[in-house]
Design a protein around this ligand. Sequence first.
Ligand SMILES: [Mn+2]
Length: 339
Amino acid sequence: MRTGPVELDFDALDELFAKAESVSVFCHINADGDAIGAMLAMELILKNHYKKNDVKLFSRDGVPEFMKFLPGAENIYDAKNAPVAADVDVALLVDCGTAKRIGREFSGHLEKAGKIAVVDHHVTDGGFGDLNLTDPDASSACEVVYRFAESIAAVIDPDTATYLYAGIMYDTGRFIHSNTTPEVFRICAELVAAGAKPGEIAENVFNNRALSHLKLLGYSLSNMEITGDGKIAYLLIPRTIYDELGATDEDNEGIVEQLGAYRECEVHTTITETADGRTRVSMRSTGRINVGSICAELGGGGHVFAAGARSDDPLEEVARRVLEKTRAALAALDGTVEK
Ligand SMILES: [Mn+2]
């Protein structure tokens, strides 16, 4: 567990921003609450602290519905309305650390960037960019952004506080995941003091879902399966189900967490067919199984207890592999193999 915040070279990022005229900020595909919060906070820091006017934000799949209440979210470009790649002094990746994770559509932007910087907390992404500020022990990219803001003594106005609080709240699963450290509460206390409103933010992020999400959740809870030993809760969602329910890929957000309510399970996972015909795996662990390494074996990545992967192989084939690897991991722990 955390032994203290990882030392990140915030001075180098400060220098990079101070010299830059133009900055483009990118997050990962299927942006989540942390990704959007971190991008918007960085935009305000660049505009207010560094007085940069030329700042653009890019999220391949746009802004999820539950983050659209944030002021400024409407100015984030998606793959459809983004300007063509142009020279930019700094390309900043937040909440991800590879060219692949921001989406192939934006690879031209990275090629035209003078420098590439990364602000992230995903262990599997380390090393990319001219400057890489990745703290795998941080709860969220927003936590790293906050520590950066603190290090440069940037003013945290109510909007910035709201962005960062929303991101940290999101990535800690409302302050219950194992990444909910004393540092998280320290930072969130500062953010609330600076104007973030926990009740309002939670209401907007969590109780503002489309009916199609709730229908998909209903389907998921009714159709989840449990392995014989009770330790793996899993769910396959073929595309036909999305079509029947009028659901989109975004409606899948937050579903896997719900399967974890089952008392016995150690690993909960959803394997779904995405709109572009691929298979997406989301995995969560209640604390003993490293799902990050299972997803890495499947070509994906993430964190030790929360990870994902995508594949071009069919749903059933990927599901078979997920279960096989998870069973092997459980067997390695317990010295037994469940059939
Ligand atoms: Mn994150």
